[in-house]
Structure formats: C-alpha cells, structure tokens
Design a protein around this ligand. Structure first.
Ligand code: KIV
Ligand code: ZN
Length: 515
C-alpha cells in the first residue's frame, strides 16, 4: 500500500534564516495562506521567543490557518516553550518543536553539557511542552555527525517523555544519501519505542544532497520531510519542497509514497516566496526554474513538438506552469519556427517559410532569443501585399563625432540586379536615404520618421516607421531590425515600394533603365 508522507514546511522559519530573506508579518501571512492552498501538513511559522515580530507572526498564522498543523520552534528551555505555547494557543492544530544538540561537537563546544545532562534537559523540555500541547516534535540537532547509540538513547527517552515526532536533522549537510538513509534505518531498528512517533528528516544542502538525503530517509522509514519552498534556508539551504514532492510523484515506482500536496500550486508558491524574500530562483532549478520546461536545441524542439514526453518527464501543467517553452534561437529549426508562427496565427507557403526562416536566422544571429514580437514583425513584413520592386540588400555606414556620415547601399531590383551607390548626409540614416534616392530616383518628401524598441533589452528589435509624401498621397513604411540603420533603410524602402506600386505599372519603372 502506498505510504503517506507528511510535508513539514519550514520556509517561514529555517527558510527565513537565509541571509537577507527577512519577511514582515503580512508577507508571512500571505505565504502561510498559499502553503495551506498547496496542501502542506505542517507550517513551521517561526521561533516565537526570538523576537516580537516572530511571536506575532506565529500568533497571526495560528489564528488564520485551519487546515494545517501550525508549529513554533523553541530551544529546550522553559521560557521558549512558554512563549511558543502562548503564540500557538489559537491554532486548530498546534505543535511545539523543541530540541537540543546531540553531536559531541555541539555538546562540548556550544552547549557545554555532558551527554547525560543534555538528555535530561531534552526530557524535561518535552514534558514541559506536553503540558501545553499534545503534539510535540523533538529535534536532535547535528544528528548527522552524532554518535548513533547516544542518538538512539535520547530518542527513546524523549518518546517516553511524550514526543510525538522525532526530527533527525543533518544540520550541517555533511552526510551522503547512503549514510543518512542508513542512519534513519538504524534508528528505526534500534529504538524500541520508535513506533510511537513519526520520524522526520531535516536535511541541509551544503553538499547539494539535501533532496537525495531526505528521499533516502523516506526509503528507510521516515514519514515526515522538512523542507522549504525553493530550497531556501541557512547557508546552502534546505531540502527543496517542490523537488522532493515531484521526485516522489514522478518516481512512485521507487518511493511508493504520496503526499497531500496539490502540485499545481507549486509554481505559484515558488514565485510568491521568491518575490517576498527577494531570493531569485536560479534559471536551471529543477521544477520551478525558468528553464525547467524550456527547450533550446533544434533536435529537442523537434522531438517535443512531435511528442512532449520525448524530452519531458513532467507535464508542466502538473506543477502549475501553463506550457513548455520553445526558446527560438539560432539553434531552432524550421519546425519550431513554423509551429510558433502558427500559434501566432500565421500560415505560410513553403516558399514563404524559406524567406521567413532566413529573416528569422538573421535576427537570431544578433539576439540570444527571438521573441513573439520579433516574429510578428518578421511575419508582418512577409505578409505585406505590396509588390517589392526594390529590396535593400546591404547597408554600410561610417559615422561618428569626427566623421562625415557616409552610407553605401546595395539595392536589388525585381529582376535580381544589384545597384550600388554611396552618399553622405547629416547623419547615418540621412546618408542611407540619400544613397537610396540616388539609386531609386523617385521623387518624394520624407514627412515623418519614428523609431521605437519593440522587444526588451539592449539587443531589442527596433521598429522604424516612415511616412513619405508625393503629391497629395502619403505612403507609410515600416521595418524592424536589431540594427536601427538597417531598420531605417528597410522602412524607407517599404514606403518607396508602396509609392511605386501605386503609381507605376509592374516592370515599367523608368528608373530601372536609368541607373
Ligand atoms: O538544521 C537544524 O538542525 C534545525 C533545527 C533547529 C531543527 O534547523
Ligand atoms: Zn535546519
């Protein structure tokens, strides 16, 4: 039978211990509400004695949350426990989480206690906490480096004193999955009264093994996982909630466990915690990173478009992400481009696709990623019904503070002939327009020129709009390119083509003869 594993979220306590992550009470309440929607079993809301703000947060969360256990952390000292009991008193299901170091390093250097005295203090703390609440969790700090037999003695004693949950933290993130799994197995086999408590894993990520260690603990009998959203926490952080939950779900064949988590809330929760704490999620972070469902290489894109599961083991909708992302870049093939264009409402003939793909590669060579706005511009250029009597083949400019702006342009006519001319001007765009005029020789007046960035960043596509007048008629030309001079030249060419299209029958443009 599939085993139920409890998810104990400590984002608001251990997670908030991340450097620079401090949250105010309102932010904690909002996150707690989201954790309840996410379906965690326990919310560790704070460390009430540590500050008035933490006390208030635990108290407010205790009053707000109805469907999760609300937990407050304490040291194994009566005044901490009294404070936690007071903060938790309105919770529907309160839990006091108390405990003490258990490794010789912590006993000698930090607590200056003998093993016996520490055990005694732990037992007294549990008994004191049980006067207030029925649910008492006991943590044995630095279990990962503790003497195993002493660890088992303390566990047995605190369970006899009334502890309902036993937390075995790898506080320093020192253990490996094999070691940590074996430690949990040892406790399960050696502590005679262990069946009277739930064993909990609490792993730190100093060696990048927190998730693997927690899962190894579960394989060996742990039934509660302590974790944080986005894996935030002291130093390198804690077990990441989204990773451990999805690992158990995707690999149920291995773990045979389930949780009460509504996985579709995972992404939203991750965003909320990242926004509130200011701790960014690395793009390649499993499950919730920006690239977790993004496909960049042409081969992968082709595979995913044919069948998602070729390169995806998780349906992004299962974690609350609407769809996989096909990153259009210079590595993308025609299939991915056509697919995205079709999604944007453009269907092209094979011949048009060739042209659009060439334009796409031009843009992609200049930018890391080609966005929908870029594609729309490219597609709009291609779908324009104007007869392209002339095409701007190349533009080259030299300009600068001490130079006379000069442009050389190469214009291709409808028969494929290339016509080259140069001119100087008041600036690079003026020089380009004058050079084009020398080739095309169509009388017109430039009445408007505007430029704007249509995509984000320094490598944005610039969209240029020009209006030219001849007689009483006005012709508008538009073009986009990452190079504003090229965009300007193409926009002008676009307007000229419209003018020629309207005023001259096909193949009868006189200037073709005279250049
Ligand atoms: O890492 C740890 O040992 C802890 C305890 C306070 C539970 O966070
Ligand atoms: Zn911790």
């Amino acid at each position: 039978m599939t085993t139920r594993v409890q998810i104990f979220d400590t984002t608001l306590r251990d997670g908030e211990q991340s450097p620079g992550a401090s949250l105010n009470v309102e932010e904690k309440l909002e996150i707690a509400r989201q954790l309840e929607r996410l379906g965690v079993d326990v919310i560790e809301a704070g460390f009430p004695i540590s500050s008035p703000g933490d006390f208030l947060a635990v108290q407010s969360i205790s009053r707000l949350i109805k469907n999760c256990t609300v937990c407050g952390l304490t040291r194994a000292v009566p005044k901490d426990i009294d404070s936690a009991a007071e903060a938790l008193k309105d919770a529907v299901r309160p839990r006091i989480h108390t405990g003490l170091g258990v490794s010789d390093s912590h006993l000698q250097h930090k607590l200056k206690l003998t093993r016996e005295a520490a055990m005694e203090r732990g037992v007294t703390a549990v008994k004191h906490a049980r006067k207030y609440v029925e649910d008492v969790e006991y943590f044995l700090e630095d279990s990962g480096r503790a003497d195993r037999d002493y660890l088992c003695q303390v566990i047995e004693a605190v369970i006899n004193a009334g502890a309902t949950v036993i937390n075995i933290p790898d506080t320093t993130g020192y253990t490996t999955p094999e070691e940590y799994g074996a430690l949990i197995g040892y406790v399960m086999n050696r502590v005679p009264n262990i069946d009277r408590a739930i064993v909990s894993v609490h792993c730190h990520n100093d060696l990048g093994m927190a998730v693997a260690n927690a899962l190894a603990g579960v394989r060996n009998g742990a039934r509660q996982i302590e974790c944080t959203v986005n894996g935030i926490g002291e130093r390198a952080g804690n077990t990441s909630l989204e990773e451990v939950v999805m690992a158990m779900r995707v690999r149920r064949d291995i773990y045979d466990c389930e949780t009460g988590i509504n996985t579709q809330e995972l992404y939203k929760t991750s965003r909320m915690v990242s926004n509130a704490t200011g701790i960014l999620v690395q793009p390649n972070k499993a499950i919730v990173g920006a690239n977790a469902f993004a496909h960049s290489s042409g081969i992968h894109q082709d595979g995913v478009l044919k069948e998602r599961t070729t390169y995806e083991i998780i349906d992004p909708r299962d974690v609350g992400i609407l769809e996989s992302k096909i990153i259009l870049s210079a590595r993308s093939g025609r299939h991915a481009l056509q697919h995205r264009l079709a999604e944007l409402g453009y269907t092209f003939s094979e011949e048009q696709v060739d042209k659009v793909y060439t334009r796409f590669l031009e843009v992609a060579d200049r930018k890391k990623e080609v966005y929908d706005e870029d594609l729309e511009k490219i597609a709009a250029d291609e779908t324009s019904s104007v007869r392209h009597t002339y095409e701007l083949a190349h533009v080259q400019v030299s300009c600068g503070e001490k130079l006379v702006p000069t442009a050389t342009v190469c214009v291709r006519d409808a028969s494929g002939r290339e016509l080259i001319d140069s001119c100087h001007g008041t600036g690079p765009v003026d020089a380009v327009y004058r050079a084009i005029n020398r080739i095309v020789a169509v009388e017109n007046e430039l009445i408007e020129f505007s430029i704007q960035a249509v995509t984000e960043g320094i490598d944005a596509l610039a969209e240029v709009t020009v209006r030219i007048r001849r007689g009483g008629d006005i012709y508008t030309g538009r073009a986009s390119h990452t190079d504003i001079v090229v965009a300007s030249g193409r926009a002008y060419m676009h307007a000229l083509n419209k003018l020629i299209d309207r005023t001259t029958p096909a193949l009868e443009h006189p200037t073709l003869e005279h250049v």
